[in-house]
Design a protein around this ligand. Sequence first.
Ligand SMILES: Cc1cc2nc3c(=O)[nH]c(=O)nc-3n(C[C@H](O)[C@H](O)[C@H](O)COP(=O)(O)OP(=O)(O)OC[C@H]3O[C@@H](n4cnc5c(N)ncnc54)[C@H](O)[C@@H]3O)c2cc1C
Length: 364
Amino acid sequence: MERVHFDVIVVGAGPAGVTAAAGVARTGASVLLLEAGAYAGAENWSGCVYFAENLVHPDAFGPEAMDGAPFERAVVRRGIGATDGDTMVGMSHQDASTFQHCYTVLRPAFDPWWAERARQLGATVMPGTTVTSLIRRGGRVAGVHTERGPAYADVVFLAEGDASHLVRYEGLERVQSPDFMQGVKVVLNLPASEIDRRFGLAPGEGAAWELMVRNPSLAGRSLHLNMGAFLYTNRDSLSLGYVVPLSNLAKNFKGNHEDLLAWVRTLPGIAEYVEGAEVSAFGTKLIRTGGLTQAPILVEDGLAVGGSACGLGIDIPCPNFTGPASATGLYFAQAFRDMARTGKPPSAANLTALYLDRLRQSRY
Ligand SMILES: Cc1cc2nc3c(=O)[nH]c(=O)nc-3n(C[C@H](O)[C@H](O)[C@H](O)COP(=O)(O)OP(=O)(O)OC[C@H]3O[C@@H](n4cnc5c(N)ncnc54)[C@H](O)[C@@H]3O)c2cc1C
């Protein structure tokens, strides 16, 4: 690594990391954005309806930032329903202004665009670089070890995502076994015009369906699965998947995910929309849940933890995890700006007052 000291190091180029890097770069400070994947988004497998309200905040990428962004469709219609597998009750609401800032995206295409915008704002972006541990000196976090050598900073923003490996290895967990959900998704190819017809959309408009699945029966057996299924319209494909608490899955389902996904395809409220669409990609990831009661230690001297490693997310009425994740990036950048302006060091006390309090007071 050529330059080894930065004002800020951000670990992870997901929604939290890119928002933080952009916001810090805007202040004129030096920021290094480290991403383990070959490129930002390479390892990301969200649904995804991306909540972009924090990306377009003036303290992050700015109001014009969505112009030219490679989202799939702008969401104008959302539906929620509940099913036991045989019958379904639900409703949908169509109004573009209600779903302002909601976009369907394919993360491997969407995320690199934001990392590049962060680079244009002045961040140093290093993909293909895994952070292996934090560097601690004199009782504070002073940088990170990576597979490509160490890098140092006044403050590290750890935004490594749901699995939160570093959070655990660095002793930041406050509960032994935080709650996780399993998220599984396939991309199903379907021509854009057929998507428009099936969902009643104009070209470019997007729809997102969410289904609560409660105690269904599968192959004649009753399953005590409490899952959420989702169906999102991309440009010329659909994202279909489900999320289910790991504890619930382990207790109540012994089969494999392909069977579960094949069955989700047949659910009322989904089957008619996905008929004939062919699978082009499959993936699965963990989603950390648990909220603030299971949040790890979020600040130390020289360290702030952000993004989905905090376990923050909104389930009802629509899953919103990208919003809280990017909010932590925004609040961290604002906290950094305020500390820099007033000459305060990034101590645990100052990060609590300026970063965590913003998060606590937010709607997330
Ligand atoms: C199937 C599924 C569907 C979902 N659908 C939705 C949805 O519709 N709407 C929604 O809002 N949310 C959804 N989510 C959740 C959403 O994906 C996450 O909440 C969000 O991506 C969290 O953002 P983040 O920036 O915290 O982490 P991430 O997006 O996971 O980004 C973390 C980044 O850090 C990198 N990284 C990890 N460890 C290291 C390391 N040691 N060194 C360097 N880099 C590292 C990773 O490669 C990754 O790029 C879904 C999740 C799943 C699994």
